[in-house]
Design a protein. Structure first.
Length: 406
């Protein structure tokens, strides 16, 4: 792929919308890209093409063992945590076994009490705001959004609350796909294995215990792998959903009323972020089960196709007026599509955590405003996930709740 576009570099952080437009202009809806170490792949940025890929699990398989590049992948490749090899998780299970596995996870998540979920999200959010509310200033990424989802999810799964911070660090290291990616994956795996072993002996009312009680015959190792997937998919995108939504509301006059007591625009801001600034930009991936054609490209058996979620969301073929508000339209790809999409109970849990996190900020921090120029805000160095490195704000100092109910 001599014309391949490197899947990395600062433009994924500084001007992704322009970058995806250029990719589409120069290469069409299926873009040849190059991963770390010169590994070739295809990035699908066309809405219709992405719908085709995610809707045909036979031709475009989730089975990573089909990849025709494994012989070129070193053992320390930093993207291995994102493209698993012989990994017994739901991400790479296909067919009837995948359906059984998805049902086990959905049932375990769906049994969570939504009112208790919101109560726990408010509790952790209030605890985090208590640590900054007296100072009149805060970084709503490092001190808030990067900590909140994993604390709620860890509690939901059955972890002791004090393990949350270590899980946050491990997840961020793993997802960013850089030098600490494999160490982060190792920490997450060992933490999950300890929890599964403990709940096997002492069941409780939590997600892990419900997964272990399922009668589909999944091994402890398979459940550990699925919990890692669930934690990674549930934490960082939700944290970035909170951060990206707060950034939008703090920088766009259309949402100013929500900062001063109104709440109607919170859901609108969250939905707009999923279209325009989605936390999960690109996903690995699918593998062609045989030679085929897609978007005018000849795709070989075993080729890797990356899901360009943000590129597809902004496809001018379906977004003829890119400046138009998305309103209640949720036909975006931000939760995926097809049988491997984010399970509906997981999507609902993420939405409860994100909306609660945003509303607690607006309730607790009066006259909140950005503490730096909007143009100085920067993103993490990842082509996969799009989130802020920091979100400095200032506000009128307010007393801590100290564990009391609001």
């Amino acid at each position: 792929m001599s014309e391949a576009v490197p899947l990395g570099g600062p433009r994924f952080q500084t001007e992704p919308a322009c970058l995806y437009r250029e990719m589409r202009r120069d290469h069409g809806s299926v873009v040849p890209v190059e991963l770390d170490g010169g590994i070739p792949a295809w990035l699908v940025v066309g809405y219709r093409e992405l719908h085709q890929v995610t809707g045909d699990p036979v031709l475009f398989s989730r089975d990573s063992e089909l990849w025709n590049q494994w012989e070129n992948i070193p053992a320390d490749w930093p993207l291995l945590p994102m493209i698993g090899h012989r990994q017994p998780s739901i991400l790479y299970t296909v067919g009837e076994r995948h359906q059984q596995r998805a049902a086990m996870i959905s049932n375990a998540l769906e049994a969570a009490d939504p009112f208790e979920l919101r109560r726990q999200a408010e509790r952790f959010a209030d605890e985090l705001i208590d640590t900054v509310c007296l100072s009149g200033e805060a970084d709503l990424v490092a001190q808030y959004s990067a900590l909140l989802p994993v604390r709620v999810l860890a509690h939901l799964y059955g972890f002791p609350d004090d393990e949350g911070p270590g899980l946050v660090t491990a997840l961020n290291d793993m997802i960013d796909g850089r030098e600490r990616a494999l160490a982060g994956q190792s920490h997450l795996a060992s933490s999950m294995a300890r929890l599964v072993a403990d709940r096997g002996e002492r069941p409780a009312d939590d997600v892990v215990s419900r997964m272990l009680a399922d009668d589909s015959g999944f091994t402890d190792e398979e459940i550990v792998q699925d919990l890692m997937v669930m934690m990674a998919a549930g934490h960082q995108p939700t944290a970035d959903w909170i951060g990206n939504s707060l950034r939008l509301m703090l920088t766009d006059d259309r949402f100013a009323a929500s900062l001063f007591g109104g709440r109607n625009s919170v859901a609108e801001a969250m939905n707009e972020v999923l279209w325009e600034d989605t936390p999960t930009q690109n996903v690995a991936g699918r593998w062609a089960a045989r030679d085929t054609h897609l978007g005018g490209r000849r795709v070989r058996a075993g080729d890797l196709l990356l899901l360009g979620l943000q590129g597809a969301n902004s496809d001018p073929q379906v977004r003829t007026d890119a400046s138009a508000l998305t309103g209640g339209n949720n036909a975006h790809f931000s939760f995926g599509h097809g049988e491997h999409r984010c399970p509906f109970p997981a999507q609902e849990i993420a939405e409860v955590i994100a909306r609660t996190g945003i509303e607690v900020v607006l309730d607790r921090l009066p006259d909140i405003d950005l503490a730096v120029p909007a143009g100085s805000l920067t993103r993490r160095p990842s082509p996969w996930l799009r989130g802020l490195t920091e979100l400095p704000v200032r506000f009128t100092s307010t007393p801590a709740l100290g564990g009391t109910s609001r």
